[in-house]
Design a binder for this molecule. Structure first.
Ligand code: FAD
Length: 412
């Protein structure tokens, strides 16, 4: 008999879980609090980078040091409002505990393997979808505007090579040869051929339609209010109007995941890391290859007729509170590094905000629970939810089918 699986959350993670569970012959239903056409969520306005090059866990001594320095700068992309984050104290405690050399060295091969396997799956999905999944393999340029920044990128590139990632150090003139339509004012860059990108909103639209055609049933505008337990198993989820039942349940609820499992007596720390993006017409910035401005921490992704700039990490951030000074700084730093773009004043109407689900270590939660055998979690992907979505879906499908997952992150 077919296994029935209920996925809560139709972000990029929930949809990829649905894809691989459907592929394994499960009867899949997905419920989401948002309406079908609502594209305001974190999985839509992000930068769409697929990043085997990003093997460093977020919790690292370097991140801690840099974060502390940037925190007191009103124009920096990192913002930690203290009063707001008092309730997140235990998350920060775990973050600091994880930010040491040993933990980072344990995390690097895990993150790399997850990203590299996920990138392979994106390539497969692109073939299966006959290029409708909107995947591109153009690599990534890590651009540095200072010598210090370039040295740091060079050091990371050596680490990348030791993992088997191909990298190429480039001078500013070599970058111009690759991007002849764009003026740059940088010291140099590292090129990662290992990376790819998708247009997030197009990928999401394609995947929803594909799943609907494959027989996956969606219930939009349906918020899970409560997870119901009976005799040590999940017996259903309660929404305002109805109880939904299945054999197995997947929580792919992004920043809401902690609150949902807390009612089951489980602590799974996730806080929001708010970021911003702004789209410019590609005529203004005819970049071909996705890039990241290393010091300014701005990601720039060409997406057909537009280019997306993304940045910002506001711990405990909420949607609807725009920090325009920081957003303006993102634009200013981008214009300074790429003077092809005319200086701009940031306008509130064009800013998209997304809440990244941050686990304290930077390693996502993908797997089952010790106390509830028919409940699984796929959340906490932070800056890499797009990148890691296919491998997350594949691993969850292996867990649900009772197989040993190809990458085992343990139980929670
Ligand atoms: C500026 C910015 C740039 C980024 N760039 C990149 C990038 O280049 N590459 C990359 O890999 N990642 C990037 N990210 C990160 C990426 O966007 C996230 O990691 C990813 O979207 C998280 O997906 P998710 O499915 O876990 O969460 P979400 O997209 O938030 O989806 C969770 C879903 O669960 C639903 N939900 C929650 N609670 C309930 C409930 N109780 N009942 C029913 N439904 C519920 C929500 O409605 C939502 O639809 C970026 C993020 C930002 C902000």
């Amino acid at each position: 008999m077919k296994k029935k699986v209920l996925i809560i959350g139709a972000g990029v993670i929930g949809l990829h879980c649905a894809y691989y569970l459907n592929e394994r012959g499960c009867e899949v239903e997905v419920i989401d609090a948002n309406e079908r056409e609502d594209e305001s969520g974190c999985s839509y306005g992000n930068c769409g980078l697929i990043v085997p090059s990003h093997f460093l866990p977020m919790a690292s001594p370097a991140m801690l040091q840099q974060g502390l320095k940037l925190m007191f700068d009103r124009t920096s992309p990192v913002y930690l409002p203290l009063a707001r984050n008092i309730k997140n104290a235990s998350w920060f405690f775990r973050f600091i505990q994880a930010a040491n050399k040993n933990k980072v060295n344990q995390g690097i091969p895990i993150l790399y393997q997850l990203n590299a396997e996920s990138h392979k799956l994106y390539k497969e999905l692109n073939k299966i979808s006959r290029q409708q999944s909107n995947y591109h393999h153009k690599g990534l340029l890590m651009m540095a505007t200072t010598q210090k920044g370039l040295d740091e990128e060079g050091h990371l590139s050596e680490k990348a090579q030791s993992l088997g990632i191909k990298t190429q150090m480039m001078s500013a003139s070599e970058v111009v040869a690759l991007e002849p339509n764009v003026k740059v004012d940088i010291k140099g860059a590292v090129f990662y051929d290992s990376d790819g990108n998708v247009s997030p909103e197009h990928h999401m639209r394609w995947l929803k339609s594909w799943l609907e055609e494959a027989g996956v049933i969606f219930h939009y505008g349906t918020k899970t209010e409560k997870i119901i337990v009976n005799k040590g198993k999940i017996d259903g989820v309660q929404t305002r109007s109805k109880k939904y039942k299945a054999d197995d349940y997947i929580l792919a609820t992004g920043v809401q995941t902690s609150a949902l499992v807390r009612s089951l007596g489980i602590s799974l720390p996730i806080i929001a890391g708010k970021g911003y993006s702004i789209d410019l017409p590609s005529a203004e910035l005819p970049l071909k290859i996705p890039a990241i401005l290393s010091e300014a921490k701005v990601a720039i992704t060409p997406l057909g007729n537009k280019v997306r700039l993304g940045s910002g990490m506001e711990f405990g951030g909420r949607v609807g509170e725009l920090r325009m000074q920081r957003i303006q700084s993102m634009l200013n730093q981008t214009c300074a590094a790429i003077p092809s773009i005319k200086p701009k004043v940031a306008k509130e109407q064009v800013v998209w905000e997304g809440l990244r689900p941050l686990s304290p270590t930077g390693i996502p939660y993908i797997g089952g629970f010790k106390s509830y055998k028919n409940l699984f979690v796929a959340s906490g992907h932070a800056m890499m939810g797009m990148s890691l979505a296919p491998i997350t879906g594949k691993l969850i499908s292996q867990h649900v089918m009772g197989e040993k997952p190809m990458i085992d992150l343990g139980a929670y």
